[in-house]
Write a protein that binds this ligand. Structure first.
Ligand code: AHZ
Length: 312
């Protein structure tokens, strides 16, 4: 049957599809031993498509103007989002993660071992999150890194004011002129340029595929140290001549690396905070290897710095 949608367009409505109501079991217990008569509630394929695309495109619309964009959903980016989500339900926060699976390097503790080590006082973050650990004195151990990351992810994804766009790469930064007496070419960061990661991976073998954008007065970059991925925003700051050069991440020293990352988490250029291991590339800080307290607490500090700027 054809029905006018009010814009003069006619929309085909399939009357065979009724709203899905499952009049059967209300609880799992009621389903026990009922498998002979079991059926799912009815559905049509287009309902599935629309349920997904309507929400995704509404989110793209909503978050095209965000209050804060977090680039990278590793342990630092997710910790930042968790604190911001808890403290500020009034802010619109978009997380852009290049990978299909968020979590960065925090699904395993180190090498391919399961347990995750955090030095005190990062146990406060675990307590806040509700992740159990064994206390070994100066440090604590979560029995599986995935328990930390999955709990953090589930908390972050539950905030109604946070949207994770995964499989999406930040390809560039949006800038606006912000000249100072010392630097007439200075800019402020005013958002991010995005593309689906699969598109980003094919710029060399397909004709121009232009990106999308998100405007935001504040970007928090946590893309990890340099490598096949990583250190994206700070490398771009060098190529756009906003910082002179990168210090380059130094060798591993657990005793100094973690303090340096947490203390150094800050606004690097106007509108761009850098946290986590991306910061080691700016400051020439040591790496810490498989001890994750600094990633959580750098996230806490990044959130604190962000709120100072937002509330200015
Ligand atoms: O996919 C990346 C990862 O999930 C994502 N990312 C990188 N570039 C991106 C881009 N757009 C969108 N252009 C991008 N996303 O950023 C995430 C970074 O996560 P990570 O776990 O690599 O970084 P982190 O700083 O949160 O944690 C670092 C963990 C390390 S490395 C290390 C050492 O080598 O010593 N020690 C620790 C604890």
């Amino acid at each position: 049957i054809a029905i006018s949608n009010g814009n003069g367009l006619s929309v085909k409505k399939d009357l065979a599809v009724k709203p899905a109501v499952n009049g059967q079991a209300k609880t799992l217990a009621q389903m026990e031993n009922q498998w002979e008569s079991f059926t799912f509630a009815p559905i049509r394929e287009s309902q599935v498509s629309r349920a997904m695309t309507r929400r995704y495109f509404a989110d793209l619309d909503t978050y095209a103007e965000s209050d804060i964009v977090i680039v990278g959903a590793g342990s630092c980016g997710l910790s930042t989002a968790y604190i911001l989500g808890k403290k500020r339900p009034d802010l619109k926060i978009a997380i852009i993660e290049a990978g299909v699976a968020p979590g960065g390097g925090a699904w395993l503790g180190g090498q391919l071992f399961s347990a995750m080590v955090m030095r005190k006082p990062a146990d406060t973050f675990l307590n806040d999150l509700g992740v159990p650990f064994e206390d070994e004195g100066d440090f604590v151990v979560v029995k599986h890194a995935a328990l930390f990351t999955s709990t953090l992810l589930s908390r972050v994804l539950s905030f109604p004011n946070i949207k994770l766009f995964n499989a999406t790469t930040v390809e560039d930064l949006i800038t606006r002129p912000a000249p100072t007496a010392a630097d007439p070419h200075a800019v402020r960061i005013a958002g991010v340029v995005t593309n689906w990661t699969l598109v980003s991976m094919h710029h060399d073998d397909q004709s121009c595929m232009d990106p999308n954008t998100i405007n935001a007065p504040l970007v928090i970059s946590t893309t990890g140290h340099d490598g096949p991925f990583g250190a994206f925003s700070v490398k771009r700051l060098v190529s756009m001549q906003q910082i002179e050069k990168l210090g380059g991440m130094r060798g591993l020293d657990m005793r100094t690396a973690e303090d340096a990352i947490v203390k150094g988490t800050r606004e690097i250029v106007n509108g761009l905070i850098v946290g986590g291991m991306e910061l080691s590339e700016v400051d020439g800080a040591n790496r810490m290897g498989p001890t994750f307290g600094a990633m959580a607490l750098s996230g806490v500090k990044a959130a604190e710095e962000a709120l100072k700027i937002v509330d200015e």
